[in-house]
Design a protein around this ligand. Sequence first.
Ligand SMILES: [Cu+2]
Length: 290
Amino acid sequence: MYVAIAIALLVVGSVLFHVLSPWWQTPLASNWGSIDTALDVTLLICAAAFIILNLFLAYMLMKYRHRPGLKAHYEPENTKLEKRLTFWTGIGIAGMLAPGLIAWNQYVTVPKDAAVIEATGQQWQWAFRYPGADGVLGSASIGHVSDDNPFGLNPRDPYARDDVLVETNELHLPINRPVKVVLRSKDVLHDFYVPQFRAKMDLVPGIVTYFWMTPTVGGTYEILCAELCGVGHYQMRGTVVVDQQPAYDAWLAEQMTYGQILASAEQARVQLASRDTPSTETLASARMAR
Ligand SMILES: [Cu+2]
């Protein structure tokens, strides 16, 4: 009896919690309405099964509770009932899987006109790379990573020279244009996640992963790492700014390309070297001073 009441209260409490909870999804800001649909359908089917089964259980506990003189009827098998249960369970599971499969099919099919950008994760920050004027990301590898070359770009790859490098944790994207986000990790597993975009994907050391999406609402959103990646995991955050095309173009034009970074590093090296090797003039004046 008490157990039946407890189960009924559990159902009512769970339903109220979900209806009154302030922790619903953030407003959608990308094309992935189909992912929301898959989540909503899953929640509705699970909720229906949870409510119906638990209320049925509570009702049965009440109705057939122990009373003196009443004896239970022994029924080990009921083929008809089992067939019906199997059928409806199958319908429920298919109903949950189908919208997810449709969404996943779209998720792994990148549109041909999608722009490409790259996000690199490391403990515990993000960095971003744009392909530059040629539209192609230059090749990169962990072996090339150094203080001068944090992205590990191949210095001999001509496609890499015009790549735009952004090391400030701030990603800019143009609104209403599909973008393929290519992901690399320098150390451990990370996960690129912007809740408003719904899309997310793991960064796996040693392989290049990707996902795509179209930002549909302008604004500033937070990038989170959604894979526990060490003690600083909680602060592995970035910002994504969804711009109108002119603002995006202006921002991109201000960023340094790999070629420019190489050139300025080379310049600094030359300056440093000329300071270390004294010129004939300084040698002469030193001699005169003696
Ligand atoms: Cu991380």
